[in-house]
Ligand binder design. Structure first.
Ligand code: FES
Ligand SMILES: [Fe+2]
Length: 408
């Protein structure tokens, strides 16, 4: 066998493995795939938008977007949390332009149509011409989407036929309920990063723990922690996932003690769960981190990072929590920037299409924490929603005449 053939075999995962064990790198590059994801994935799921503490009072609102659709989440004047399409129904201008605020209603800057916090149109300047075609202010509203709440996390679906939120989430939150349910939490940390990579590469980083090798500090605090490698991933319906609790060996990383432990956790305990497609909840000792992933284009993702603390805690505890959170997960922490770097170099390398597939082939073996089953679980749900296989989905975009069954 020539050297040339050896190299071809090495790269040809398609010929060597079942389709479930490799991923078509084309699904990270194609704007057409992203266009389909906007409707088939982000248009169908229940997705996390904000934490309830970000809109604590009637009239408080936050603007955001879900898979490219602009939204405004508001606590109406009766205290009900609602989500609206942030588009004026008159001629399509953005209705609410501020990132957040407090209002008794929303007025579009273009022709000054105004809406109350329940979405009802309450005034239109010079209404008489509209009355001639039977358009009165009382008979239309903003487009509202179903909104639900779990442990203070606000979820929305843009699919009116979606199953109830409780059914969509199933039991996955049972893994952190004892930590997040007994007391009120609030966001104390928020930052956004825009990373030149595909959104799925970031989501995959959150469920693939083999990459502990990337993190110089985690190599000590995780790999040297008892039972860390035996930590099993737990798969739930709808693509959700959790990992068994584990204790982190902070002493192996020469870090100070972690005795500001959240109620519900054992000392040094960590929990981790991923809610398909775009939310990760990562809990460690004193800190709760939420990651929310929003695609901006095929090659660009926005990640919103939130840190949660206990409402009403002492200034001393809050300062310690901020410090311990940021040590790992702040913009200059020991963990998060390394994940961003990996996602960037991954995207940069595959952009030219020369490496057609990536692996998700690891089996649990004796180190289930490093299994690729979480990746396969993520992509099974993705493939179901996209009606094509993540092992070769870019073929369907290139050949739309093919039936889904021909490319699975
Ligand atoms: S586009 Fe909003 S009032 Fe005209
Ligand atoms: Fe990481």
């Amino acid at each position: 066998m020539s050297d040339r053939n050896v190299q071809q075999e090495w790269c040809n995962w398609e010929g060597m493995l079942p389709a479930s064990h490799y991923i078509d790198n084309g699904i990270y590059l194609s704007e057409d795939i992203l266009q389909q994801e906007r409707s088939r994935v982000f248009g169908k799921v229940w997705a996390f938008l904000v934490h309830e503490s970000e809109i604590p009072e009637p009239g408080d609102y936050v603007t955001t977007n879900l898979g490219g659709t602009p939204l405004v989440v508001v606590r109406d004047l009766e205290g009900v949390i609602r989500t609206f399409l942030n588009v004026c129904p008159h001629r399509g201008a953005t209705l609410v332009n501020a990132p957040s605020g407090k209002a008794r209603g929303f007025t579009c800057l273009f022709h000054q149509w105004s809406f109350d916090t329940t979405g009802k149109c309450r005034a239109v300047p010079n209404p008489e011409g509209f009355q001639d075609v039977n358009l009165g202010t009382g008979n239309f509203s903003l487009r509202e989407f179903r909104t639900g709440q779990k442990l203070g996390l606000i979820f929305t679906t843009m699919d009116d036929d979606a199953e109830p939120l409780e059914d969509y989430l199933g039991e996955v939150f049972a893994n952190i309920e004892d930590v997040m349910a007994p007391y009120a939490l609030e966001v104390f940390h928020f930052h956004r990063i825009v990373i030149p990579t595909n959104w799925k590469l970031w989501a995959a980083t959150n469920v693939e723990l083999y990459h502990v090798w990337l993190h110089s500090l985690n190599r000590a605090t995780s790999l040297k922690a008892p039972h860390w490698l035996e930590r099993k991933p737990l798969s739930y319906p709808n693509g959700h996932l959790a990992f068994e609790p584990v204790k982190i060996a902070y002493d192996k990383g020469k870090l100070g003690s972690r005795d500001l432990t959240l109620p519900g956790l054992a000392p040094n305990e960590a929990r981790l769960l991923h809610v398909f497609p775009d939310l990760m909840v990562n809990i460690r000792s004193s800190s709760i981190r939420l990651d929310r992933v929003t695609p901006l284009s095929a090659g660009e993702v926005m990640v919103e990072c939130r840190g949660l603390g206990i409402k009403g805690e002492s200034e001393e505890d809050r300062n310690r929590r901020i410090s311990e959170h940021n040590e790992f997960w702040g913009p200059f922490g020991r963990n998060l920037p390394e994940d961003a770097l990996a996602a960037v170099v991954q995207m940069r390398a595959i952009r030219n299409g020369n490496q057609p597939h990536a692996l998700c082939a690891r089996e649990p073996g004796t180190t289930p924490a490093m299994s690729d089953e979480p990746l396969r679980h993520f992509y099974r749900k993705w493939s179901e929603l996209m009606e094509c296989s993540s092992s070769n989905a870019s073929k369907r975009v290139a050949h739309p005449e093919l039936e889904p069954a021909d490319v699975v």
